[in-house]
Every structure is written in C-alpha cells, then in structure tokens.
Design a protein around this ligand. Structure first.
Ligand code: ADP
Ligand code: UDP
Length: 242
C-alpha cells in the first residue's frame, strides 16, 4: 500500500489518499487548536500518542462489536483506515457536567448526571459547530432515521466500553466527542478517540489529563497526554520512538 497525496489538511491531522480507492492514511500532527482554531499551539509528541491511543481504542471497540474505520497502524503517526463519508454531526457523550454544558446550564464542572447525555453539533468550522437537535438532523437529511438510530445506540455502547477501559486506568471519562461515517451501507465509528476530544480526569485527584490543559493554560500538557497513554497501555514506550 502506497501513501498518496494529501486530500485534506485539518486542525490535527492530514488525510492522505492511498493507491487503494477505499483506504486512507490519517497522519496525526502535534498541532493543537482550541476555541475553533482561535488558539493555536503545539503539544510535543501528541501525534504519536494520539495515533497510538486511537489504534488501540478502536481495536478494543471493534473486538467488542463496534464497527470502526480502523485497519492498521502503519507508523508512529499514521493509521490506515477505511474511507468513509463522514456524517457531519459531532456526537458528544457526557457522564458528568463540564465544558459547554456547564456554561450553558450554569452548573459546576464535575456535577454528576443521572444517566449519560448525548448532544449533537453540526460539524462546521465556519459556523463554529452549532448545537443541533435530533429532529433537525433528520429533517435536514444529515442522517437517515436508520443511520441516526445506529449512531445513537453505538454512542451509548462506546461510552459503556470506554468507561470500563478508562476506569481500569483510574481515569474518569467525563465526556467525549465521536464522529461516524458511511461505508458500504454501514455506519462506522470514524476519526479518533484521544485526549484531544475527551475530558479525562484522574479518578482520585480529579486532575485534568486532556486538552483542557492546553485550552485553559494549565501547563504540563504533554505530561498529561503521556500519563493517559502510559496508564492505558503500558507497552507504549517500547512500541514508539519519541
Ligand atoms: P478537523 O477537520 O476538525 O480540522 P482533523 O485535523 O482531525 O479535524 O482532520 C481529519 C478529518 O478527517 C476530519 O474532518 C474527519 O472528519 C475526517 N475523517 C476522519 N476519519 C475519516 C475517514 N475514515 N474517512 C474520511 N474522512 C475521515
Ligand atoms: N469536543 C471535540 N471537538 C469539538 C468540540 C468538543 O472533540 O469541536 C469534545 C471536547 O474535547 C469535550 C467534549 O467534546 O471532551 C464536549 O465538549 P464541549 O461541548 O463541552 O465543548 P468545549 O467546551 O470543549 O468546547
């Protein structure tokens, strides 16, 4: 398999075509953005850490019945994936109040919720990812009824599986963002699952171990990403070159 030209350069990754029409290579960069790219920076080794975490997490989910786009880790920073048509809806799953929900509802970050909450945002940089309703997703045809049912169900199952995985590493999964895509008439989990798109708190101290350290200038950003990958996957240091 040959890596081809870059099809798209995003805020955190570069998407490359390959010599196979149904496969892509995702190249994970160290670049970090926040507040719709108004804040920019670099987190050392983030690309390597995030590619590794995504590969491992997607394999774990795939092995537990969640179809994903992930095929193979081809280098420290590159994953081969199935090409999908991304459903332009960012699905956020929350186990505790934080971030935009805390702000919107005037609530303390960390407040518990009686059950997981799913929220939907239209994937649009120019519109700043506005929140959208389930009805709008269907009325506008962003997804069909069947697709959206599959997405909603998979989001909750992924949450249960990730809660368990992170809990074993003494990490509290506060919230996270998922993207889904269509390929061969199926809905696949796509994009990435990393500390860029999850809120991860130390289960005991509640210390933040995710991109909020960058967003809020809390320092020790790379250290937090390393802490997450090392706690989840103790083989990480032997399998990559930092
Ligand atoms: P952004 O687009 O938000 O700046 P990235 O830098 O992470 O984000 O860019 C990666 C892009 O690739 C995202 O737009 C994501 O939706 C898209 N993508 C992820 N997985 C796939 C896939 N399997 N097929 C097609 N596009 C994908
Ligand atoms: N998130 C993301 N990409 C986005 C918006 C949110 O990955 O464009 C993630 C974010 O890291 C957090 C969760 O989704 O884990 C919920 O984010 P929230 O709605 O609270 O927005 P924020 O305040 O982080 O912008």
């Amino acid at each position: 398999m040959q890596k081809g030209r870059a099809l798209y350069t995003g805020k955190a990754k570069v998407v490359h075509e390959t010599d196979m029409p149904d496969r892509l290579i995702l190249y994970f960069r160290d670049d970090a953005t926040a507040f719709n790219a108004k804040k920019r920076g670099v987190i050392a080794n983030k690309g390597t850490i995030n590619a590794y975490i995504t590969a491992k997490v997607f394999s774990y989910l795939e092995g537990r019945g969640i179809p994903t786009h992930f095929l193979e880790r081809v280098s420290d920073r590159e994953l081969m994936v199935k090409k999908v048509e991304i459903v332009p809806v960012e699905v956020v799953v929350r186990n505790r109040v934080a971030g935009s929900l805390a702000k919107r509802m005037g609530r303390e970050e960390g407040a518990p919720l009686r059950k997981p909450v799913r929220e939907y945002f239209f994937k649009s940089d120019s519109l700043d990812d506005p929140m959208i309703s389930e009805d709008f997703i269907l009325a506008d045809g962003l997804a069909t009824e069947d697709e959206f049912e599959a997405i909603k169900e998979k989001a909750l199952i992924v949450n249960e599986l990730l809660l368990e995985m992170f809990q074993k590493a003494s990490i509290l999964l506060v919230d996270f963002k998922l993207e889904f895509g269509r390929a061969d008439g199926q809905i696949l989990l796509a994009d990435e699952i990393t500390p860029d798109g999850c809120r991860l708190w130390d289960a005991t101290t509640l210390e933040k171990l995710d991109k909020d350290r960058f967003r809020r200038d809390l320092g020790k950003v790379e250290e937090a990403y390393l802490e997450v990958v090392n706690r989840l996957f103790p083989d990480f240091p032997e399998e990559v070159s930092l």
